[in-house]
Design a protein around this ligand. Structure first.
Ligand SMILES: [Zn+2]
Ligand SMILES: [Zn+2]
Length: 230
C-alpha cells in the first residue's frame, strides 16, 4: 500500500493521492477525478469545470476525520476491495484500528460502504483510538498483550475493549451531532453479539471443560450493555 502521498479527496473525503511532490494534482479513484490544489486560496479546483470543488461528504464525516487527525493523531485510510484483501480483512469486516510499535496508529476503513455506515464504523474505530490513547498511553505492546486470546484473560479483554470502543463511539457521535441512532444501535447489537459468539462462547466452553465451572463474567451482557449506552 502506497501511503506516502495520500490525502483526503476534497469532494468525498475518502483517501486520494497526490500525483507527485511537485505537482498540485490530486486524484480520487472513488470520484474518478483529478483536482488541482490552489495554494493562494487554499482550495481545490475541478480540472474539468474549473470551479472550486464543493464537498459532498457530510459534516459528521468531516468532523470525525478532523477528530481522528487532531485529537488521536490517527490517519484514516479508505480501502477498496483489493486493498482490503491485502490488508487481511476478514469476510464482512469493514474497519480496523492498527497500532505500531512506535505508538503510531492508523484506521483502515472499507471505502465502499455507504456513508451512513462508514460514519458509525469510523466512530467505533475512533473509540479504539481513544481507548489506546487515553487508557493505554499509546503503549503498543500492552495494548496487544491484553487481547491475546492465548493468555488467560484475553477473551475478557476483547469483550471489554469492544464495549469500550462503542462507549467512546457513542460520545463521539453525540459530539458531531449524529442523528441516525437506530442504525447505530442495531450495528452495536450485531457487533457485540458476534463477538459474544466468536470470542466469549468458545472461551466459556473451554473454561468449563478445564475447570468444571463457568468463568466469572466481568462485562455486561448485550442487552444490559445497550441499555447502559442510552
Ligand atoms: Zn473523491
Ligand atoms: Zn472493534
Amino acid at each position: 500500500m502506497e501511503l506516502q502521498h495520500f490525502g483526503y479527496c476534497p469532494q468525498c473525503l475518502k483517501t486520494a493521492y497526490w500525483q507527485s511532490d511537485e505537482t498540485k494534482e490530486m486524484t480520487c479513484e472513488w470520484c474518478d477525478r483529478t483536482f488541482v490544489y490552489d495554494g493562494e486560496i487554499d482550495k481545490f479546483m475541478d480540472t474539468d469545470t474549473n470551479e472550486i470543488v464543493k464537498r459532498k461528504a457530510s459534516d459528521e464525516m468531516d468532523r470525525l476525520l478532523d477528530i481522528a487527525l487532531n485529537r488521536y493523531d490517527t490517519h484514516v485510510i479508505h480501502l477498496n476491495r483489493e486493498q482490503q484483501q491485502k490488508a487481511g480483512f476478514e469476510e464482512g469486516q469493514r474497519g480496523a484500528f492498527v497500532t505500531k510499535e512506535n505508538g503510531q496508529s492508523l484506521i483502515l476503513l472499507d471505502g465502499s460502504s455507504d456513508e451512513n455506515d462508514r460514519i458509525i464504523i469510523l466512530s467505533h474505530e475512533l473509540g479504539h483510538a481513544a481507548n489506546f490513547q487515553n487508557d493505554y498511553k499509546r503503549d503498543h505492546k500492552t495494548w496487544l498483550n491484553h487481547v491475546d486470546l492465548n493468555r488467560f484473560n484475553g477473551a475478557h479483554s476483547v469483550m471489554l475493549r469492544e464495549q469500550s470502543a462503542w462507549r467512546y463511539a457513542h460520545q463521539l457521535l453525540k459530539e458531531v451531532s449524529f442523528s441516525n441512532w437506530n442504525n447505530f444501535f442495531s450495528m452495536v447489537s450485531y457487533n457485540i453479539g458476534s463477538y459474544y459468539e466468536t470470542v466469549w462462547k468458545p472461551y466459556r466452553a473451554w473454561f468449563f471443560k478445564e475447570y468444571d465451572q463457568k468463568p466469572v463474567q466481568y462485562f455486561p451482557d448485550k442487552e444490559e450493555f445497550l441499555k447502559s449506552l442510552v
